[in-house]
Write a protein that binds this ligand. Structure first.
Ligand code: HMG
Ligand code: MG
Length: 301
């Protein structure tokens, strides 16, 4: 299949990127500034916060303040994770227009991450979807561990397809497929997409690949050949999941933009502005971007 002519990037740095930072070390104002800088760079979909239990993920404890503090730009979607009704109700108090529920293709990961089985999680998501529909809020769905699990190892593609189908049929407008620990390779990624697209049309699928083994760009190319045209990325390659020890961040926005530009695929995003944002946020965190393209090009002066 031909590569897509345009690709939508969904930016994860403020949520997936920062959720693994210790305690509540990142000031609310820094989180807000990060979201605003990303929007200024031309990114139109930003996962800005997470309405999860602050006991589980302390760094996301200021989700309401972050969402309320962002100076919103027209045409930009600011989304947030909401694992249950409580999360959704909290998110609604600060006027979200889009939220996301997150499940897994692995029983063990589901237990560790959201403290329930896959079946229980799907039952828990139903009222979130119902309430969101009532108030006109769009819901995205995630499936974690689509190419491997830190506790169970290999995950069968049909298991991923089953959970993706359940989320889609429940009303998720898009299902994002997470290689949570970044262990996939192009062949396993392709096989997984082939199985999932038999249950969910390819235009409703997104690739959410972490780059632990350095395979994310190759895997993205492989799934774009299958027709995937929505990609989750994190500026500077920030992040990791608190319940997937050792997993590194999402594939870097800078690296994906460089790949897409080289392929002549439109995104409407300013690569240099993203690079500068990556240098700024990593300096706030006391390190350097892990994006190869950012390191090669450097910040603008
Ligand atoms: P639980 O303990 O089973 O929930 O946690 P509960 O309903 O029994 O409630 C226990 C306590 O939590 C209660 O407080 C609730 O009020 C509170 P207490 O009475 O003890 O004081 N609580 C909440 N507080 C704030 N917001 C809420 C909320 N819900 C309950 N929404 C729960 C279940 C899902 C809440 C918990 O397991 C949790 O928060 N997990 C979050 C884990 C997480 O954030 N993981 C990282 C994000 S997922 C990810 O990174 C993967 C992804 O990137 C894709 C990929 O890479 O694969 C998306
Ligand atoms: Mg993730």
């Amino acid at each position: 299949m031909a590569l897509p002519t345009s690709v939508k990037l969904f930016e994860m740095a403020p949520r997936d990127g920062l959720q693994n930072e210790p305690g509540n070390s990142v000031p609310t104002a820094t989180k807000i500034a990060l979201v605003e800088r990303l929007a200024n760079a031309g990114i139109t979909h930003i996962e800005a916060a997470s309405f999860v239990s602050p006991k589980w993920v302390p760094q996301m404890g200021d989700a309401a303040e972050v969402m309320a503090g962002i100076k919103r730009q027209p045409g930009v979607v600011y989304s947030a994770l909401t694992p249950n009704l409580k999360g959704l109700e909290n998110a609604l108090t600060v006027g979200v227009e889009e939220v996301a529920v997150f499940g897994a293709a692995s029983e063990a990961f589901s237990q560790k991450n959201i403290n329930c089985s896959i079946a229980e999680s799907l039952t828990r998501f139903e009222p979130v979807l119902d309430r969101a529909r009532d108030v006109g809020v769009r819901v995205r769905g995630y499936v974690s561990c689509v190419l491997g699990c830190p506790y169970e190892g290999e995950i069968a593609p049909h298991k991923v397809a089953e959970v993706a189908k359940a989320l889609y049929e429940m009303g998720c407008y898009e299902v994002s497929l997470g290689d949570t620990i970044g262990v996939g390779t192009p062949l396993s990624a392709k096989r997984m997409i082939e199985a999932v697209q038999q249950q969910v049309p390819i235009e409703f699928l997104a690739a959410h690949f972490h780059d632990t083994y350095g395979m994310a760009l190759a895997n993205l190319y492989a799934v774009m050949e299958e027709g995937v045209s929505v990609i989750d990325t994190a500026t500077a390659g920030l992040g990791g999941c608190p319940y997937a020890k050792g997993a590194s961040g999402n594939v870097a926005t800078e690296d994906v933009l460089y790949l897409l530009e080289g392929l002549g695929i439109e995104t409407g995003i300013d690569l240099q502005a993203v690079i500068d944002t990556g240098y700024w946020i990593t300096s706030e965190l006391g390190r350097k971007p892990s994006a190869k393209v950012a390191l090669a090009k450097g910040p603008s002066r």
